[in-house]
Design a binder for this molecule. Sequence first.
Ligand SMILES: [Zn+2]
Length: 229
Amino acid sequence: MHEAIAAEWSPAALDGQKVLVVFAHPDDSDFYLGGTIARLTQAGAEVFYLCATRGDKGDASGALSGEQISAVRASEQIAAAEILGVHHVQFIGLPDGQVTYNRELIDSIVQAIRKIRPNIVIALDTNILDPAWGVNHADHRAVGLATIDAVYPYARNKNELPDLPAHEVQTLLIVNYREPNCFIDITGAPFESKKAALSAHTSQWGDCQHVIRKAEAMGMRETFIRVVW
Ligand SMILES: [Zn+2]
């Protein structure tokens, strides 16, 4: 991380502001930016989650069917979101592990942007490597890239999907560890909220202690590329 060039962003008063977070699997947002979500809701923002899949490949034991684990993971995601003060959780319902970057995915995200009309959109990291897990899951990369393209140019171009009015997002935050230009300090209460949210995902991480240690190892800064229009 190039800490010298990453400036702190401290969300202060966000009353009336809407934030849309787009991610691939139940737990992604809580792990990569749970502290940031806690700070945004604390600052008065209304946060919406849009999750591309229901995590139907997320049962390592093999004991549950895809449908069963999807239901478990959706309810875990809703519980974690409530802990962080998230206003609403929506699932696109794509199959886990098969998310591809294409116009259909971009259009699904454009539709959510135009209906919710957020001031801020947050996208997943699009890099191949990930400091927490080694390789950044292909679904994360596809959803991250599609989210960026949905924000600019598609959601703001009135000639795209003309049935819904165009919408200009003002700020895009892209999760990034390699060349962030912005970080959010999650020391203290935001990190405690993040730990509590991670602890909701028991189907993935059992007692969740190892993933909490992993989150601690990532440090008390969640880092982003911040683009402002
Ligand atoms: Zn994931």
